[in-house]
Write a protein that binds this ligand. Structure first.
Ligand SMILES: [Zn+2]
Length: 338
């Protein structure tokens, strides 16, 4: 099969790769209906993470089950399924506590920018829809696989409740879906931090009530002005830089919560400063599997349309252009059709 492979900074190619097959009896192989490029794929693409050898790319996926191993019981060929970027058994103590991305048997999914994908621990990892989705529903289900699940965790980890005042730092796909998630959870006021017109527009469509274009200390000042000097109950940090993390913590009111779901790059916290903020911190790689049944139901019911974050759709063969468009911020998120 043909799949996207990163060879070095800004060098994505479509290479021949071995066809995935069942290796463990707990595996499934799925035929992808759609896949996409993640904001986190841009870190190695930009050369921030060293690429040792050519790396198959992609960890967001949904599609039709082709084959299952002999011990798989909950998933069968022909079903449409969605999984997370972390395969998990869904039975260990960490999974039972809802932290599937810390599963005792966790395996990171790689190589999903391809027509076929092997998924380990299929019973624990994959959730099937009730029926096969129409092709215009596929982007909504694909978004559930990572970006919506991550935005949802960001809102949940920041303790968003009905009536909350929420700030979202980061206007990438995860931040925008953090806005949607906060809205679904009943937030009254949602302040999106963005200086990009198309992203501001989508943030408003997803439920943002205010837009702040300033960054850093100026951004914090602006949030304070909008909240009578108090700060926000919940702040979702969806970038992963020192500036965005500092800004998120400082925009949170004493006793409030900051969540962080952007993969950190060079973020360091000063213990003494943190001590005096009185802020709850909670984040990490989102345990998307915990939320899959609920998010699939919301999509099936037509309550949410998270697939709107895909503003560029390309055939898989044009993956390199999809990366370029996101790197240059011409696209929020690229969907690839195998
Ligand atoms: Zn587990």
């Amino acid at each position: 099969m043909r799949g996207a492979v990163l060879h070095g900074p800004r060098d994505v190619r479509i290479d021949d790769r071995p066809d995935p097959r069942i290796i463990e009896p707990t595996d499934a192989v799925i035929r992808l209906s759609a896949t996409c490029i993640c904001g986190s794929d841009l870190w190695p693409y930009r050369g921030f993470n060293a690429v040792g050898e050519p790396s198959p790319m992609g960890h967001e996926y949904c599609g039709i089950v082709e084959d299952v191993g002999r011990t798989v019981t909950s998933i069968k060929p022909g079903q449409f399924v969605i999984g997370s970027f972390a395969a998990s058994d869904n039975t260990c103590p960490h999974c039972r506590a809802g932290y599937h991305t810390s599963c005792e048997h966790r395996q990171w999914v790689v190589g999903a920018q391809a027509p076929f994908l092997r998924v380990p621990m299929a019973d624990g990892t994959l959730v099937a829809t009730q029926e096969l989705p129409s092709s215009n529903q596929v982007p909504n289900f694909l978004a559930v696989s990572d970006v919506l699940g991550t935005g949802w965790f960001a809102a949940d980890a920041a303790n968003v409740k009905p009536g909350s005042t929420v700030v979202v730092v980061g206007d990438g796909a995860v931040g925008l879906l953090g806005v949607l998630s906060a809205k679904q959870m009943g937030a009254e006021r949602i302040i999106a931090m963005s200086r990009h017109y198309a992203r501001q527009t989508l943030a408003r469509e997803f439920g943002a009530t205010d837009i702040v274009t300033e960054r850093g200390d100026d951004g914090v000042e602006r949030v304070k002005e909008l909240t009578k000097g108090i700060g926000a109950d919940s702040v979702l940090e969806c970038v992963g830089t020192q500036e965005s993390m500092t800004q998120a913590i400082h925009a949170t009111r004493p006793g409030g919560s900051t969540s962080y779901v952007g993969v950190p790059h060079g973020v360091e916290l000063d213990g003494t400063k943190l001590f005096y903020t009185h802020v709850h911190l909670h984040g990490g790689p989102a345990p998307v599997r915990r939320y899959l049944p609920e998010l699939i139901r919301l999509v099936q019911d037509g309550a949410i349309n998270p697939g709107k974050v895909f503003d560029l759709e390309l055939p898989l063969d044009h993956a390199a252009e999809g990366y370029r468009a996101m790197d240059e911020r011409r696209a929020i998120k690229t969907l690839l059709r195998p």
